[in-house]
Structures are given as C-alpha cells and as structure tokens.
Design a binder for this molecule. Structure first.
Ligand SMILES: Cc1cc2nc3c(=O)[nH]c(=O)nc-3n(C[C@H](O)[C@H](O)[C@H](O)COP(=O)(O)OP(=O)(O)OC[C@H]3O[C@@H](n4cnc5c(N)ncnc54)[C@H](O)[C@@H]3O)c2cc1C
Length: 444
C-alpha cells in the first residue's frame, strides 16, 4: 500500500488513537516510501523489460474481500508492518541472502514494529495484541523473507512465550522486556543430531549438583543460535523428564557453532548449541512445565505464525508473477493472455484465497482459546505447501528472469524448503491430522 503524506499523517494519528505508541512502536510509519533496488550486476534485458523489480510494488491479493473480516486496528498494523518491510527489508534482503548473512541491523526495527512477542502483555514489554494481529505481522514479514520471519517467530513464540507461560515472575521481568525490544536475542534448542521429528528421544540432559545443574549434550539446526544471548534449552533431568533451562551466552562450556552452506533461509543464521559440562544456575530452570508438552506448547504458537507467514510468501510470488505476466510480451501479446499462464495464475489465487480464509478462521479460534494443535497443524501444512507450489509455478511464469535475484521468487522457493521441514515436517503434520480424525497413531 502506497500512502501520500497526508494519508500517512491520518493513518498515524488514527493508529495512535487505537494503540498507545509504547505498545506498538510505530516510528516506521513516518517514511512510507519504498526504496529502489538497483541491480548489482549488468544483465542483458528484453527490450520491453520495465525494471519493475527495482521497486517493491507489492499489493496483497484479496479476491474474496477478506479484508472486511479484519478490524481497522488489524489493517493499520498491517499497513505499518508492510511499509516497514518495503522500506527496510525489500531493498537489502536479496544481497544478504546471496551473501548468506543475517541482516542484524533489522533487529531494532523488528522490535519497534512489535514483531517480538506481539501477544505478550504490555507489562512485560510485549505489544499486548491479539492473535489475528500476530498472524498479520508474521504474514507481512514473511512476504519480505521467511528468514526474517523465522527470527521474529523464534524470538516471540519460542523464547518469549515459554518464559511468559512457564517462567517465574522473576524470569519474566528479567528477560521479557529486553527480548521485546531486541536488546537481547534468544534461540530455542529442541532438535538434536539424532532426534528431529521425534524430540522425545532427546539425550541432552542435566544433573542436580546441589547449588547448580550440570548440562551436557548438543542441539542442531538452531535458528539465531550464532548470535543469540540466551537459549531456551529442552533437556532431560535425572528422572528422564523434559525440562526447560535458560542458558546464557558466556556460561563456560557453552558454544554455538554456525551451520554453513545452506541453500535455504540464507538470510537467517542457523547453528548448533553444544553443552560441555555447563553449570546452569538453578534459578534458570523454567519452573512451571515438565514433559514434552513444554516445547510442543511453544511450537503451537510458532506454527500458528507460520500458517499466516507462509501465505505472505505465496502472495508475494503471485503478485510478482501476475505483474510480470501483464508486462512481458511474447508472440505479440502479454504472456498473461495465454491460457497456460492464466491457468497457473488462476490456480494460485484460488489456493491463496482458500488459505486466507483458513488462517482467518484459525485466528478467531485462537483468540477464543479454542484452536486445537491439530487445527494449527492443518493450517501450517496447507499454507506452506500452497506457498511452495505457488513459488514453483510463479518462477516458471517469469521464465529465465525467475531464476535471478532481481525477483524474490527463487529466494522464497528456497526458503520454503526449510519452512516445510521445520516446526514439524509436512509428513508429521499430516500424521497429526490423521491421528486427530481416526484416533489411531501412525507415528510409530
Ligand atoms: C533452517 C532450519 C532451522 C531450524 N530451526 C530450528 C530451531 O530453531 N530449533 C529447533 O529445535 N529446531 C530447528 N530446526 C529443526 C527442525 O525442526 C527439524 O529439521 C525437523 O523437526 C525435522 O527433523 P529432522 O531434520 O531431523 O528430520 P527427520 O525427523 O529425520 O525426518 C526425515 C524425514 O522422515 C520423515 N519422518 C520422520 N518421522 C516419520 C514418521 N513417524 N512417519 C513418516 N515419516 C517420518 C520426515 O517427515 C522427513 O521427511 C530447524 C531446521 C531447519 C532446516
């Protein structure tokens, strides 16, 4: 959405009336103009190529007028996050992805737009928003890049949420306000080299040594681990029960080697967590949860955000392909005039529309605290496969241009290969639905 100066001021004053600035830090509304992306390498272009990719012209599709299902507050939040993504993410993300580097300078802005712990109450530094707002924020950020959304998801759903839901009052006050602004970043350690889809088999463990716990083991595929200041680590106690520990960077024996050579989520930092006789103070144990339901409760929060987020990536691919199909001419007419390309585009908008209605309904159920984990699984699975299929089709519509970094499609496609695997694989979510409808477990 492009806004003129006056419209911006109206929007700004309207949003201030609805949400106190301390809650949603909206300083980014002040400059709604998108930056222009300049290609980094000379390429030979078709004569009628219009350099549409230099500017982020994104407009979200709304075929079934689903916007009418959103409140004015939700639409204002979406406008402010979209403007931030256009200004801060779109102009730089391709370069960072090509260099396989996380754009750390975005952390402050993510905190300012309320992307870290949107649903955490204001008294702990969160934005105190509802789940619909949380979904919308994730959708807008992932429209920019799944890696940036991953950073926000991990911080909000996998680090702040467990501290908020399972932590002591002291832990909440100590960590949450700093995590909300991004002054402190966190990561979430569940997956191990030998236990991915089956986290209950984990071997990372800790022993009670009287005045501290002694932690040993290793986690892998951990988003944000290379730069995080704290890690929420799931480990077994001496009785084999899974507990959550807050492990801080600098504790002796704790290291976070980075994972290199990824073809996916290249603008997100991924690494390991290695614990070699790490002494963890007893006050760093999350006191209010034990068992697998601890980490699964966090994953539920994050999967909900992914259900919205992946649709953002799908919409960006669709928007790019539709725009291109109207401009690119072959055989004397726009390629959007050929039936084969129309089939692709028509199927894309159909799937996006179905996904939009599904996540909207999920959002209302989540706000009423009625969304089941199985419903969240269904939505996460549906949105991600929808996005991946749309990315693949959209890339073809762009022909050769589709493989370049001038357009976001190939980056989205590669990112989505991680999104379809993490937070429960495509297969595992299908098995969750299967179990839910038949009552028969097919995991083992
Ligand atoms: C970029 C990235 C970031 C990540 N970030 C984090 C993070 O921050 N924190 C964290 O803890 N983890 C993280 N993960 C790990 C992620 O959650 C796991 O990769 C995921 O759970 C799958 O585990 P796995 O890779 O070991 O695959 P496996 O579990 O080995 O699965 C391999 C294949 O077998 C299938 N399979 C497994 N079990 C069954 C079954 N019972 N029936 C049928 N098929 C089955 C799977 O569907 C999959 O296709 C991340 C992963 C990636 C790629």
């Amino acid at each position: 959405m492009q806004l003129a100066g006056v419209e911006t001021r109206i929007l700004e004053s309207a949003i201030l009336q609805i949400i106190p600035q301390s809650v949603l830090r909206i300083s980014t509304l002040k400059n709604p103009k998108s930056n222009i992306r300049i290609p980094k390498f000379p390429i030979s272009l078709p004569t009628n190529y219009t350099f549409m990719s230099r500017k982020d012209l994104y407009e979200s599709p709304d075929y079934y007028l689903a916007d009418e299902l959103l409140s004015d507050e939700h639409k204002l939040i979406r406008a402010s996050v979209r403007d931030w993504v256009k200004k801060e993410v779109s102009p730089i993300i391709e370069d960072y992805a090509q260099r396989a580097e996380f754009p750390k300078h975005l952390i402050k802005g993510l905190g300012e737009i309320g992307a870290f712990g949107p649903t955490i109450p204001v008294e702990y530094g969160g934005a105190g928003l509802d789940y619909m707002a949380y979904g919308i924020i994730m959708q807008e950020i992932e429209r920019g890049d799944s890696g940036i959304r991953s950073t926000a998801s991990v911080q909000g759903s996998l680090v702040m949420y467990p501290i908020y839901a399972y932590g002591s009052e002291e832990q909440k006050h100590k960590y949450l306000p700093k995590l909300a602004t991004g002054e402190l970043m966190g990561c979430f350690g569940l997956t191990e080299p030998d236990h991915g889809s089956d986290p209950g088999g984990m071997t990372t463990n800790f022993k009670d040594k009287g005045d501290h716990y002694l932690l040993n083991g290793a986690k892998m595929w951990i988003s944000n681990s290379p730069f995080a200041g704290i890690a929420i680590v799931w480990a077994k106690d001496e009785s084999g029960k899974i507990r959550g520990l807050i492990v801080e960077r600098g504790m002796e024996g704790f290291t976070t080697p980075e994972t290199h050579n990824k073809w996916s989520l290249r603008a997100s930092a991924t690494g390991e967590l290695v614990f070699d006789n790490v002494k963890v103070p007893k006050e760093n144990l999350l006191p209010n949860v034990a068992g697998l339901k601890g980490p699964l409760g966090c994953l539920n929060q994050a999967r909900y955000g992914i259900a919205w987020g992946a649709l953002g990536a799908a919409m960006d691919c669709y928007d790019t392909a539709l725009r291109y199909s109207k401009e690119r001419r072959q055989f004397g007419k726009p390629i959007g005039g050929f039936q084969l390309q129309q089939k692709k585009l028509a199927e894309m908008i159909t799937e996006i529309t179905k996904g939009q209605l599904l996540v909207w309904r999920l959002g209302t159920l989540k706000n009423e605290n009625r969304a089941t984990p199985a419903q969240i699984s269904m939505s996460k699975r549906n949105s991600v496969i929808t996005a991946l299929n749309i990315a693949r089709e959209a890339r073809q519509i762009l022909g050769g241009m589709g493989i370049t970094g001038e357009y976001p499609i190939m980056r989205h496609m590669m990112n989505l290969e991680s999104v379809i695997t993490y937070e429960g694989t495509h297969d595992i979510h299908l098995l969750i639905t299967g179990l839910d409808i038949t009552g028969e477990e097919a995991f083992k």
